[in-house]
Design a protein around this ligand. Structure first.
Ligand SMILES: Nc1ncnc2c1ncn2[C@@H]1O[C@H](COP(=O)(O)OP(=O)(O)OP(=O)(O)O)[C@@H](O)[C@H]1O
Ligand SMILES: O=P(O)(O)OC[C@H]1O[C@H](OP(=O)(O)OP(=O)(O)O)[C@H](O)[C@@H]1O
Ligand SMILES: [Mg+2]
Length: 283
C-alpha cells in the first residue's frame, strides 16, 4: 500500500504538540533533526517537516495528503482543503490591538487608520465585513513593535496570553478570529483506509484527553446517590471492598465537569477518590 504523507510544522509553536499527538497515536518515528522527511516505522505514513505557511498549499495541491496547521494559516492562504479534525491545541485569537493610550475606541475609529499585520487577507475580509476602510501594512513578524515605531496606528496579530501586547505597550481592541490546530486533508482523502485508521487513533487520543478515570470508595447505602451523579456514564463498575458494606466505583468522566462532579461525589459520601489520566478511548 502507498504511504500517505502528512505535513507538520518543522519548528515553532505547533511542532512539539503535533509530534506528540502522532506519537500518542502509537506511531514510531524520529522527530525532525536534519532530514525534512521521515518514515513512520510502524504505519503507512511519511512525515514532512515544513514551514507552517506552506502546509495548506502542499495539501491543496495533493503533494501532502494531510497536514496539521493553525486555522489562521488556512484562512490566510485561502486554498481548498478539507477539515478532518479540530485538534484542541495551538489555541489563540487573531486580534486588532492598539496603543494603551490610543484614542481608537470604536470600530469606526479605524477608518483611514493604518494597521500592521502578517494576516492581510483575514484582516481585509474582517474590515470589509464591518464596512471599515483602513490601510493594511503587511509585515512578516514582530508586528507588535509597529505602533511604537510610528509604522501603524494599530496591529492585527495572534494573541494568546496577551503578554506580548502588554510588554509592547498595546491593549486588545477587537477579536477578529479564534484559531486552533486542525488536521486537514487533500480533496478525495476522506475515504482512504489509512486515513480512516489514523483518524480513529487521533480521535481516541483526543477523547481520552478530555476524560479522566475515577475510582472511589463508598458505603453501599450511599451507592444509589453516587450512581445517580454519574448518570452520564453508561454503567459504572462496582466492586466489593474487603471491608464489609463498602464498594469501589470505577468510572470515566469528562474533564469539563470534573471539579463539579468531584465535590458532589464527596458530599454524597465518596471517599479515597483517585483520578487518573486515560491514554486512549476506542469507541
Ligand atoms: N502565542 C500563541 N499561542 C498559541 N498558539 C499560537 C501562538 N502563536 C501562534 N500560535 C499558533 O501556532 C501557529 C504557529 O506559530 P509560530 O509562531 O510557530 O509560526 P511561524 O513563526 O509562522 O512558524 P514557521 O517558521 O513554521 O513559519 C500559528 O499559526 C498559530 O496557529
Ligand atoms: O499573547 P502571547 O502569549 O504573548 O502570544 C502572542 C505572540 O505569539 C506569537 O509569536 P511567537 O512568540 O510565536 O513568535 P513569532 O513572532 O516568531 O512567530 C504571536 O505572533 C505573538 O507575537
Ligand atoms: Mg509561518
Amino acid at each position: 500500500m502507498k504511504n500517505l504523507k502528512i505535513a507538520i510544522q518543522k519548528s515553532g509553536r505547533l511542532n512539539e504538540k503535533s509530534v506528540q499527538l502522532l506519537k500518542n497515536c502509537g506511531l514510531d518515528f524520529e522527530n525532525y533533526k536534519s532530514s525534512l522527511i521521515t518514515r513512520v516505522n510502524n504505519f503507512n505514513l511519511e512525515i514532512l517537516f515544513l514551514r507552517d505557511d506552506d502546509i495548506p498549499g502542499y495539501v491543496a495541491q495533493g503533494i501532502a495528503d494531510l497536514g496539521i496547521v493553525g486555522e489562521n494559516v488556512i484562512d490566510e492562504t485561502q486554498v481548498e482543503v478539507s477539515y478532518l479534525q479540530r485538534l484542541g491545541f495551538g489555541k489563540c485569537t487573531l486580534k486588532i490591538a492598539v496603543s494603551k493610550d490610543s484614542n481608537i475606541e470604536q470600530l469606526s475609529d479605524l477608518n483611514g487608520k493604518s494597521i500592521a499585520t502578517s494576516y492581510p487577507v483575514i484582516l481585509q475580509d474582517f474590515l470589509t465585513s464591518k464596512g471599515i476602510n483602513a490601510n493594511i501594512q503587511e509585515i512578516s513578524g514582530s508586528v507588535e513593535i509597529a505602533p511604537g515605531l510610528g509604522l501603524s496606528d494599530a496591529i492585527c496579530d495572534i494573541v494568546s496570553t496577551g503578554g506580548t501586547l502588554k510588554s509592547n505597550g498595546l491593549k486588545p481592541f477587537i477579536d477578529v478570529k479564534n484559531s486552533e490546530a486542525i488536521l486537514i486533508g487533500r480533496n478525495g482523502i476522506a475515504e482512504d483506509p489509512t486515513l480512516c485508521e489514523l483518524l480513529q487513533r487521533v480521535q481516541s487520543v483526543l477523547r481520552a484527553k478530555e476524560t479522566k478515570y475515577v475510582v472511589l470508595n463508598v458505603e453501599k447505602v450511599n451507592l444509589p446517590q453516587i450512581t445517580e451523579l454519574l448518570h452520564g456514564v453508561k454503567s459504572p463498575t462496582v466492586m466489593p471492598l474487603a471491608e464489609d458494606g463498602w464498594v469501589a466505583v470505577h468510572t470515566v468522566i469528562t474533564e469539563d465537569d470534573f471539579w463539579d462532579k468531584i465535590n458532589k461525589l464527596k458530599a454524597a459520601g465518596a471517599q479515597g477518590i483517585v483520578v487518573m489520566p486515560i491514554e486512549k478511548i476506542i469507541m
